[in-house]
Ligand binder design. Structure first.
Ligand SMILES: C[S@@+](CC[C@H](N)C(=O)[O-])C[C@H]1O[C@@H](n2cnc3c(N)ncnc32)[C@H](O)[C@@H]1O
Length: 306
């Protein structure tokens, strides 16, 4: 691959997904794109770059972009965000003015294969008594159609369910099918998956009470991070929360958010942004809350991830 071809691919990835690829990541390009090249009947990355440069190579460009995304995820990843959800965010939401409208909207902005939105859906199910009569929407979005397909199917290998998921939750919410585990349809139906590029306009998504945007900002340059955070601030209710990944922060990047004291990775709108958002606490019409199941009613207490 010539330097010009490498630059072409690098610029295309930045424009299409926000991913910034330094020269030192050239190896990543090679390891991830050779299978795409072979699948397209091409012999080298140079040939792939040439094929992608041709006008009209849209589907190949999409394949190249998706092959470069890092999709790693696991249930209850980093634990703390889910403890903060249960101990800080949920109590605040239950006590807020939402208790009149009883609607909670959560956006998992880089949902990948679904472990993050499903961990939140399980938490909500575990708190069913408190959410009785509420309508809770979880929207999981991602750039990659392939990961969204897996998320929608809710099928995970033994390795994937052993990574982070407490055994009692595995037994309670998953069914073994052959060598795989499938998450309960009641949990699956709590999450809507949509294909969405974080570089695009967010306004069609509506307003949210909580945004989980974890382990994706790290791949973007400071300007892209700043722009995304500013636009997320506009999608958040004035008293909403933003949750970032363990290696991510708003500090030095965004004046729209400030950290919540003593809660790692948790942010709220700064006072100026709260005033600017000013949208009603719940914008969308309520949809009926999911019916309680006998099993979930019987479930007493909150099972904390081990
Ligand atoms: C490492 S995963 C994070 C999954 C999950 N949030 C977690 O922390 O476990 C990052 C995800 O971001 C997605 N992604 C990368 N660039 C994106 C973009 N521009 N728009 C939407 N999703 C993107 C990738 O497809 C990938 O599934």
């Amino acid at each position: 691959m010539t330097p010009a071809e490498f630059d072409f691919l690098r610029n295309m990835l930045k424009t299409r997904s926000g991913l910034v690829l330094g020269e030192e990541k050239r190896y990543l390009l090679e390891s991830r794109l050779m299978p795409v090249a072979r699948e397209a009947g091409l012999e080298s990355l140079g040939d792939l770059a040439k094929a992608v440069m041709v006008a009209g190579a849209e589907s190949l460009r999409t394949k190249v972009t998706q092959a470069m995304t890092i999709n790693e995820s696991f249930f209850y990843r980093d634990k703390t965000p889910f403890e903060n959800f249960r101990d800080i965010m949920v109590p605040a939401m239950l006590e807020s003015q939402r208790s009149a409208t009883r609607k909670l909207r959560i956006w998992c902005a880089a949902a990948s294969t679904g472990q993050e939105p499903y961990s939140l859906a399980i938490e909500i199910k575990e708190l069913e008594e408190q959410f009785r009569g509420w309508s809770t929407d979880i929207i999981g979005t991602d750039l990659s159609e392939e990961v969204l397909e897996k998320a929608r199917a809710g099928l995970y290998s033994q390795f994937e369910v052993q990574r982070g998921l407490p055994i009692q939750l595995l037994v309670k919410y998953f069914k073994q099918t052959g060598s795989m585990w499938q998450i309960d349809s009641a949990i699956r139906s709590m999450v809507d998956y949509k294909h969405f590029n974080l570089l695009d306009d967010y306004s069609s998504l509506g307003m949210f009470d909580i945004i989980f945007c974890r382990n994706v900002l790290i791949y973007f340059d400071p300007e892209t991070k700043q722009d995304m955070l500013a636009r997320m601030a506009k999608r958040l209710q004035p008293d909403g929360y933003l949750v970032l990944g363990a290696a991510e922060t708003v500090i030095g990047i965004s004046s729209e958010f400030k950290p919540v004291a003593d809660a790692r990775g948790l942010y709220e709108l700064s006072t100026a942004s709260q005033a600017a958002t000013g949208a009603p606490a719940v914008a969308e019409p309520a949809k009926p809350a999911p019916a309680a199941t006998a099993a979930s009613i019987a479930a007493a207490g909150i099972a904390k991830p081990a």
